[in-house]
Write a protein that binds this ligand. Structure first.
Ligand code: UD1
Ligand code: CA
Length: 458
């Protein structure tokens, strides 16, 4: 869509009581401003301008990293002289012959759908306001309508008469204005009002004076236009956002033990009839298949899990890909680069990293598998350690199909364990082990029958 979006983000956010600029405060682990940028890109805006002020450098570097595939025009508003002034400083960046949508860096929950219908219902040659009906509109600009229900003006709370303050239709601040009109009107704004600010809202009166249409669209869900001023509001919006994410997952077939005890911090898809127990934290891009069971307190980050898998309680999975019918945990730590094929079992207190584990292999207890290539049908006994690091370099352990590694084995990499090899429990293996043979490095067991236990000196 040929559309300018101007995001106002210059406010200090003093009430956040934080060293972090307000628009970098996290909602679902992502800066508030990032949410607003994503909405802009969802709308296919051709030009996105961010007006920044306090902490601007930090904002730019953080946000540009997160949206590196898009260009953002940054405009500094050194002094916060009002919303009208903020949009005015953005004027040189706007593409002419289009409409300009004004959004706010601290209003993160407005939806693409709401904005699309707002855009559709606004005259391209005029201006549109997104308004909201509030039981308690204190602090907001009020929408003044005439006897024909036409919008006449917006009056700020501080400039309003007692009668005007009783109006419950409030200005959300979100506006859509023909760009040429903004270019004409904004330089003429004055600041003779109770706050001495250049009010963006004054353009409504200008439009009326020139008989240009002003349409107000009332937003259905007031939470969508709620701003963040302090950490209480931030947590309210977070919960609200999470509720919506949980509902989406359930509508797509997931079963949640408690929709209020799941946290979605990214792009998450869960297959039909997969059950997610309480306190799951799902971050980044997560894909979970059908008919899985995710136990309580699991953290899954940027990973995929195949169908019919069971992830037991307290498992952490990151940057990994697990095949179908996996059984993982409880208390497993699947670190980056773990790839498993189908029917792999990884049990309690097992840590894996940068390893490929082929079909049907088992690593059931208290083991570290790092930089390893494990074949099919392998059994790794309890307490096995791949000694992959010599203090300088990492080395690889390769284990052939159907090998059996006895408990408490140290596999000193680089190392090859042949197919069908058996390693005796307690071995420290530093040379390649032959296929289909027993390798054991254990000290020989002896028995001293005439040995006596020491006794306490008197
Ligand atoms: C503004 C609207 C009011 C509306 C309310 C909704 C005006 C004059 N008033 O009031 O009608 O009901 O929002 O919340 O527009 N900002 C800048 N630079 C500035 C001033 C503000 O970037 O110089 C940004 C702030 O960071 C903030 C937003 O604009 O995100 C709104 O500013 P704020 O001062 O909170 O406006 P309100 O007085 O609440
Ligand atoms: Ca405000």
């Amino acid at each position: 869509m040929d559309l300018n979006v101007v995001i106002l983000a210059a406010g200090k956010g003093t009430r956040m009581k934080s060293t972090l600029p307000k628009v970098l405060q996290p909602l679902a682990k992502k800066p508030l401003l990032s949410h607003v940028l994503e909405i802009s890109y969802d709308l296919k805006a051709t030009n996105v301008v961010v007006v920044y002020g306090h902490g601007g450098e930090a904002v730019q570097s953080v946000v540009e990293k997160l949206h590196s595939e898009h260009t953002i025009a940054w405009v500094e508003q050194a002094e916060q002289l009002g919303t009208g002034h903020a949009v005015k400083v953005a004027l040189p960046e706007l593409t002419a012959g289009t409409q300009t949508l004004i959004l706010y860096g601290d209003v993160p929950l407005v939806t693409e759908q709401t904005l699309r219908s707002f855009i559709e219902s606004t005259d391209e040659e005029g201006c549109g306001l997104l308004t909201v009906q509030l039981d308690n509109p204190k602090g907001y600009g009020r929408i003044i309508r005439n006897s024909d229900n036409q919008v006449e003006a917006i009056v700020e709370e501080k400039d309003a008469t007692d009668l005007q303050r009783q109006i419950t239709e409030a200005n959300t601040g979100i506006m859509l204005v023909n760009t040429a009109l903004l270019q004409k009107w904004l330089p003429t704004l004055g600041n003779s009002n109770s706050q001495g600010e250049y009010y963006l809202t004054d353009i409504v009166k200008m439009a009326r004076d020139e008989h240009i249409s002003v349409q107000a669209s009332i937003v259905q869900d007031p939470m969508e236009v709620e701003g963040v001023n302090d950490k209480v509001q931030l947590s309210q919006l977070e919960r609200r956002y999470q509720k919506k994410q949980a509902e989406n997952l359930m509508r797509n077939g997931a079963i949640l033990a408690d929709a209020s005890r799941i946290d979605i911090r990214g792009d998450v898809a869960i297959g039909e009839d997969t059950f997610v127990d309480v306190n799951a934290v799902l971050e980044g891009r997560v894909r979970i298949g059908k008919n899985c069971q995710i136990g309580p307190n699991c953290t899954i980050i940027n990973s995929s899990i195949g169908d019919n898998s069971v992830i037991h309680a307290n498992t952490v999975i990151q940057d990994s890909s697990l095949g179908d019918t996996a059984e993982i945990g409880p208390f497993a730590r699947i670190r980056p680069g773990t790839v498993t094929e189908s029917r792999v079992k990884i049990g309690n207190f097992v840590e894996t990293k940068k390893s490929h584990i082929d079909e049907g292999s088992k690593v059931n207890h208290l083991t570290y598998v790092g930089d390893a290539e494990i074949g099919k049908g392998v059994n790794i006994g309890a307490g096995t350690i791949t000694c992959n690091y010599d203090g300088v370099n990492k080395h690889k352990t390769v284990i052939g199909d159907k090998a059996f590694i006895g408990s408490n084995t140290s596999l000193v990499a680089p190392l090859n364990i042949g197919e069908g090899a058996t390693i005796g429990a307690g071995s420290t293996v530093s040379k390649d082990a032959k296929e289909n043979a027993l390798t054991v490095t254990r000290a020989k067991q002896i028995t001293l029958s005439d040995w006596q236990r020491p006794v306490k000196k008197t």
